[in-house]
Design a protein around this ligand. Structure first.
Ligand code: G
Ligand code: G
Ligand code: MN
Length: 407
């Protein structure tokens, strides 16, 4: 508990009773360095003074004068590095909105508490946070890779695909896998896509990287077929890939070389940027669908114009973003978006894949919906190709248990 004691906490709440109550809860949890303010201006003056490094702020959203949401903006402007817990008597959706806003300012948020605050919930949030605080002496430095490093890694074929299983929701059978690129860096170990995809896109390397991912995935598909594993293999493609009209020919040739069928492959497209080359993209996606490749709209619900894309492109699969899947059973907002996504997809004859299934609650909810396919850590994490065979074997041996138990 010794590291605990050194933490500096600031309480900002206009109600004297709440300030007292929160201070007491915190000191019962072993935190003694507590400062409390009743208005945002004074709290900011305190935080801005160089001697007062605050580690955690408990922030009431509803305050007269400067409210909690405005306070967060000022906090971001003074580059606050500590963490935050939001407190409010407002309903859950208001708190979620505020929470999202805090995240867009890159402030670390531990969560929110509904008034009346329970000391159990407060201690739950603190416990989640403590380990990372205690480890701060060895901060994880995220390396930024240069385009040159990525280019060399592509020509050295240092990228491999991991594969994450997808199962049929009604039968539990494995129906496919999604290929996810990993960079096996000779010094740094496994590097994840968030550290190379955008850089590759911005530096004209995304075609070469995608071709490598595709060649590997297609020949792996053929290997699995030789073992009688009929898996549909999904590959993520970037919007930037669609700018080039050669993309269709490349894919058509690659299925021939691998000896597989285009209908074994699903191309997942995410709308991450407003489409720059709209007419090219539409032509490429239309021709790919004509050639019987599966087309999936990935991260559905998070793009700028998911609905406009649905109208323009003949997708045959929709992946509900994991942000609307995990926690869907207990959150009214998520459930409304999840159900609406399913409804749109099914009226357009598209298969629905729910990604980000993380626990029994998610899974049971899915089973009672009309969703077709499930993917997520609850079923399996992405794994190297050579692990898939054994994993499927174990999975199929346990399917009965999995499909019949409920927790
Ligand atoms: O597990 P994961 O960290 O692999 O993936 C993070 C993100 O990177 C996901 O949004 C996924 O769609 C994307 N991604 C993974 N592999 C590829 C790839 O080969 N090409 C593209 N364009 N995106 C990928
Ligand atoms: O954007 P795309 O759908 O391609 O993203 C796939 C990403 O989601 C990968 O980073 C993958 O590792 C990750 N992922 C897969 N299953 C889960 C899950 O159950 N929970 C979370 N949080 N991420 C998941
Ligand atoms: Mn995907």
């Amino acid at each position: 508990m010794s590291g605990y004691l050194a933490l500096k906490v600031l309480i900002l709440d206009d109600e004297p009773f709440m300030r007292m109550l929160l201070s007491e809860m915190l000191s019962n949890l072993g935190l003694t360095q507590i400062t409390a303010y009743e208005n945002g201006t004074e709290a900011l003056a305190y935080i801005n003074s160089p001697d007062n490094a605050v580690d955690l702020i408990l922030l009431d959203i509803n305050m007269p004068g400067m409210d909690g949401i405005e306070f967060v903006r000022h906090l971001a402007n003074c580059s606050y590095h500590g963490s935050l817990i939001l407190i409010s008597g407002e309903d859950e959706r208001m708190l979620q909105t505020a929470e999202k806003l805090v995240k867009t300012h890159n402030i670390n948020i531990l969560g929110h508490l509904q008034k009346p605050v329970s000391s159990k919930e407060l201690s739950g949030l603190l416990k989640k946070w403590l380990p990372s605080w205690l480890n701060e002496s060895s901060p994880q430095t995220r390396k930024i890779y240069s385009a040159e490093e990525i280019q060399i890694a592509i020509s050295n074929k240092e990228f491999v695909n991991y594969y994450q299983p997808q199962i049929n929701v009604k039968t539990g059978k494995v129906v496919g896998v999604e290929a996810l690129a990993r960079w096996q860096h000779p010094q740094d170990g496994t590097v994840f896509p968030d550290q190379f995809i955008q850089i590759a896109e911005a530096n004209g390397l995304i075609d070469d990287l995608t071709y490598l991912v595709i060649d590997t995935a297609f020949s792996q598909t053929s290997i699995w077929q030789n073992y009688s594993l009929d898996l549909r293999v999904s590959v993520n493609i970037s919007m930037a890939n669609l700018a080039s009209l050669n993309f269709v020919d490349y894919l058509a040739k690659a299925v021939n070389v691998a000896g597989i069928m285009s209908s074994d492959i699903v191309l997942e497209v995410t709308e991450t940027q407003l489409m720059k080359h709209l007419s090219n993209s539409l032509e490429v996606l239309g021709r790919l669908r004509l050639k019987r490749f599966g087309l999936s709209i990935d991260d559905f619900g998070t793009g700028y114009s998911s609905f406009a894309l649905l109208r323009a492109i003949p997708f045959n699969e929709l992946k509900v973003d994991r942000g609307f899947v995990h926690g869907v059973a207990s959150n009214d907002t998520l459930r409304a978006i999840y159900n609406a996504s399913l409804s749109v997809a099914q009226q357009l004859d598209m298969q629905v894949v729910a990604e980000g299934v993380e626990d029994w609650d998610d899974w049971n909810f899915l089973r009672n919906s009309t969703c077709n396919v499930a993917q997520g850590y609850f079923i399996a994490k992405p794994m190297p190709a050579d692990k898939i065979h054994d994993w499927i074997h174990d999975w199929e041996a346990n399917i009965e248990n999995f499909m019949h138990s409920s927790s």
